[in-house]
Structure formats: C-alpha cells, structure tokens
Design a protein around this ligand. Sequence first.
Ligand code: PLP
Length: 338
Amino acid sequence: MAHIILKRSSFFHNLDTITATCGSKEKIALVLKDNAYGHGLMEIATLAAQYGISKAVVRSVAEAQTVADYFDYILILADTTPATNAKFHYTLNCLEDIEALKVPCNVELKVDTGMHRNGIAPEDLAEAFERIAMKKLRLTGVFSHHRSADALSSEWFWQRHNFEQIKSDARALQKRYAFEPLSFHLNNSAALFREGSCRDDMVRVGIAAYGILTLERSLTKPTLQPVLSLYAHQIASRTLRAQERIGYNGTYTTTTVQTVSTYDIGYADGFMRSYAPRFRTPEGLHVLGRISMDNSSFESTQKELLIFDDAQDVAMQGKTIAYEVLTALKPHLKRHIV
Ligand SMILES: *Cc1c(COP(=O)(O)O)cnc(C)c1O
C-alpha cells in the first residue's frame, strides 16, 4: 500500500533550528492543525513530546482532545465547542465568540493587525476586555497573524508596529481589569526566521517544523529538512510499443518501447490530478498521463516507488503551495516513523 515515512532526525533537526532562533523550546507552540499538516496528528504529537515541546496549536476541539495528554497548553484556533480541559485555550475570533463560550475556560483574544481575516478590530480592544470580564472568562493571551511574512514588503513592519501598539494597550487593560499577565504572540514560521529571534512570549510554528519554508529570495533561509516522504507500491506492469496511449483519455503517448507500471497512489489519497503532467519523482520519473483516483503510471519496474520527499517540489510542479500538497494527504495513508 502507498504509505508515508516520517523522519524523526529531520523533525528534530528542524526543531533544533527553530529553538536556536526563538531562544528556547518553551517558546515554541507547534502547529498541529489539519492532521499536523498531513503528517499525522498522533505521530507528530508523539515526536514533539519526545523532543520536549509542551505547547500545541490546533484547529478544533476534537484535535485538542486527541493530543491532550501530550502537551501542557493547547491553543484552539477556531472552535467554541464546550470542553472541560484546563489545558485548552479557545481563540476569540470576534466579539460574538465571547458570548458563545461556556465558563469556566481559558481564552485568547485574536486581534486583526491587518490581515482582515479573523480577530477583533484594534478599536474594539477595550470593549472585548470589558465583555471578557463581565462573562468571567479567563484571558490568557492576545495574538495576531501576519499576512505577508514571506514577502519582502513593508507590510511586515506595519503589522509588527500595529501589534506592538496592541501589546501596550492590552497590558494597560490587563492591569485595569486585574487579569493575570498575558502571553503575546504574532509570529508564524516565516515571521520567526525573518525576525531572527523572538520578541514575544511564544511563536506559532507549523511549516518550518515540517522542514519547509518559502521566503523571498533575498531573505536569509535556514537549512531545514523535509520530514515527510510518500511512497507507492507497484500494482501491475506492462511493456508497451511506441505510439500507445496510457490512462484516462490516453493523454500520454509512448515514444518508444516502454515498460510502464501502475502504482497505488491517486487523487483519492491526495496525489492531485493537477500535479500532472509536470510532476516528476525525485528520481526524475514523469507521471505518464492522467493521475486517476487510486492509480498513477510511471516508467519504472520498482516494487516501491518514492513519489516525493519534498512537498515544495510538488507544489512548484502543481502550481500550488507546499501547505496544500501536505494537507491533501489523506489520513488513511499509513504513517511510519523512522
Ligand atoms: C497555520 C497558522 C500558523 C502556522 O503558520 P506556518 O506558516 O505554518 O508557520 C500560525 N498561526 C496561525 C494563526 C495559523 O493559522
């Protein structure tokens, strides 16, 4: 069966690099949303705990519950389903979320510093504090998110500036309401490596831990190692004459005698149709014709074929981003840690 290999040494290397940049393991909140970017939620949670990571970021309460035993702190990005776990911290993405949550629970306030996706407007900060106090929620942090940390533009500085203003306003409000000291965090992977250090209480790191980071060419890039490789197994093999056509609609025509094998990987596994026809394996094998639901064809006789070991290459071939390539990989693919 097609399967995924996760390299522990690469993951730990990336975490070493992240730790060296942000100053300490305690400052890392590892982003595990969406099945740990397709790597496998339990597999990555286990490895992270072994490494000594104590903080995680997830999308849903269900994800938080799955990994609750592995971490001391879990930030839930977008789910207000009630749960009674003192480690969970719910994100307030808008003022209405304050009413939606059931007390007692920890909350973190997301503030919109310019991305205009989630978070309250900076001018609503005082009102948010007032409502949080009235509702008796436990406010533990205030955070925001960069929209263009990977691009060489002034937006990066503008959002950092806005966040510093939010920090100082929030500190004053925290004192006024006699809340406990707040944790502030802004940076994702690209922002951390752009900044080169951590000036907040925490960083929310996803893609870099998985060994991938795209930054504009003039920005210095750390050496990271992709953690995930995808392998497929040979289902059948045949030798075709020249001028025979392969797969749905026969979009590939053999040019000479070719030995072609079908492998058990297709778009139902997350190996998307749009990757063809530009897709090539790390060994340089082109996908021949269309990628089908459970199959794709390569000129190879190998029993086990390495499909990819760097999602960034696939992203370029498929005209997308590595995040999409990774999160497309379905949970049914078996993950093995080596
Ligand atoms: C996904 C996400 C991150 C992680 O971003 P990377 O680029 O993968 O490091 C951080 N913060 C928030 C709010 C996110 O949604």
